[in-house]
Design a protein around this ligand. Structure first.
Ligand code: MYR
Length: 131
């Protein structure tokens, strides 16, 4: 379902979300045009991820249900895991700096991947199209 390269097409409430996360206005303006591209390759319960954006390029592996560390594009460090329920990927991550929880959900809807984010009651979405 998730396999392929997904390029961000549009975002909803992302600026307010980043603001709640404590990202300053300069970085938020840059992030609004980050050209985020995520390539997902699933093999069983393992995922290989390639991420590229105006900020950086990185690759990582995770296994469903297994906790791993990840740094957000602004340097905020989180730790958590993804789980799969049906065709929904749900990630629960905890910020290392303040212990607060960030949850994120990926679903594929038609030819788009929708990723929603939630932090301290503020929600956002980024919608990706398959490349
Ligand atoms: C991946 O599957 O792509 C790697 C793990 C992602 C972990 C959490 C993603 C949350 C991103 C939130 C961006 C907020 C920017 C302030």
């Amino acid at each position: 379902t998730f396999n392929g390269t997904w390029k961000v097409d549009r975002s909803e409430n992302y600026d307010a979300f980043m603001s709640k996360m404590g990202v300053n206005v300069v970085k938020r303006k840059l992030a609004a045009h980050d050209n985020l591209k995520i390539t997902l390759q699933q093999t069983g319960d393992k995922f290989h991820v390639k991420e590229s954006s105006a900020f950086r390029t990185l690759e990582l592996d995770f296994t469903l249900g297994v906790t791993f560390d990840y740094s957000l594009a602004d340097g905020t460090e989180v730790s958590g895991s993804w789980k799969m329920e049906g065709d929904t990927l749900t990630g629960v991550f905890t910020r290392k700096d303040n212990g607060k929880e960030l949850t994120t959900i990926r679903t594929v809807q038609g030819d788009e991947m929708v990723q929603s984010y939630s932090y301290e009651g503020v929600e956002a979405k980024r919608i990706f199209k398959k490349e």
